[in-house]
Design a binder for this molecule. Structure first.
Ligand code: PAF
Length: 285
């Protein structure tokens, strides 16, 4: 029997549904997405399943996190296929608000963080991005009132920014990260991988290979500066235009030295018109 999935586009209806779950004593998890779902998203829904009885997946392509020069208009929209996949994986509600609900004409609020949102990573290349993300995620959390919200570690800085926002604003939802899902050749799954030509797709796994190689060397005690310089060259020679390859403190995202706390290696680079990001933990031997 296929799972009963409700598509909700009306806020009052969503609130009634959440209230019903709460009255029944059922924990609620939220998985925020922009649709164009792939196995990475479905793994977030499965992670949510392990934490709550009821799962809401939001699908909303959020205009305020795209700069005018970016791909808002062409961002893949695959609603029917998304619904079929979510039914299969056992989500309960798809929250698919119209833009007027998220941004009514007189909407003037923007939530802007410092700390992890100004770490000089995604924020340096996409200055508009986190203001758009935190504003929409704050709205989604207040609309769905989940016990837990699941975010992919692939967008590692986003995960840290959202967790900081929830903490700062006393939003009573636990923000949980879930591991990146990869293609067989290591490429991190992303809705934007659909933009890659066949030739670019063949080159794309290099990013993950460089991350793994750099993480292994730094983990084994090699000097990070030298390892990163070599990694940056390899990425550029592989046909990418690099935005950053950086070693950071895994919690604060501040620039890291090899002897400081848990470490994360993060990369962003453009391959043709497609911007890819990825990251990996550095484990010290
Ligand atoms: O990661 C995403 O898909 C988006 O940034 C999010 C969290 C759904 C906010 O629009």
């Amino acid at each position: 029997m296929t799972h009963k999935l409700i598509v909700v586009r009306d806020l009052a209806r969503l609130r009634r549904q959440v209230a019903q779950y709460r009255k029944a004593g059922e924990a609620v998890a939220l998985v925020p997405t922009m649709g164009a779902l792939h196995d990475g998203h479905l793994s977030l829904v499965r992670a949510a399943r392990r934490k709550a009885k009821r799962i809401i997946v939001s699908i909303f392509v959020n205009p305020t996190q795209f700069a005018p020069t970016e791909d808002f208009k062409s961002y893949p929209r695959t609603f029917e296929a998304d619904i079929a996949a979510l039914r299969e994986v056992g989500a309960d509600v798809v929250w698919n608000p119209p833009v007027e609900v998220m941004y009514p004409r007189d909407f003037v609020t923007r939530i802007v963080l410092e700390g992890p949102a100004t770490a000089g990573l995604e924020d340096a290349s996409r200055p508009h991005f986190f203001g758009g993300v935190t504003t929409i995620v704050c709205k989604l959390l207040l609309q769905c009132l989940p016990d837990v919200a699941i975010f992919g570690e692939k967008d590692y800085q986003q995960l840290k920014v959202v967790a900081q926002m929830a903490k700062d604003l006393n939003i009573p939802s636990r923000i949980v990260g879930a591991p990146t899902v990869r293609e067989k050749d290591g490429l991190a799954m992303s809705s934007r991988n659909a933009y890659l030509s066949d030739q670019e797709r063949a080159l794309a796994p290099l990013l993950h290979q460089v991350l793994r190689d750099c993480a292994a060397r730094i983990g084994a005690g090699e000097r990070a500066a030298g390892v990163l310089a070599k990694g940056r060259k390899t990425i550029a020679r592989g046909g990418f235009v690099l935005d950053y390859l950086e070693l950071r403190n895994a919690e604060t995202l501040a620039p890291a030295t090899t002897d400081a706390g848990a470490l994360r290696l993060l990369v962003a680079a453009k391959l043709g018109k497609t911007r890819l990001i990825d990251n990996i933990a550095v484990r010290r031997k």
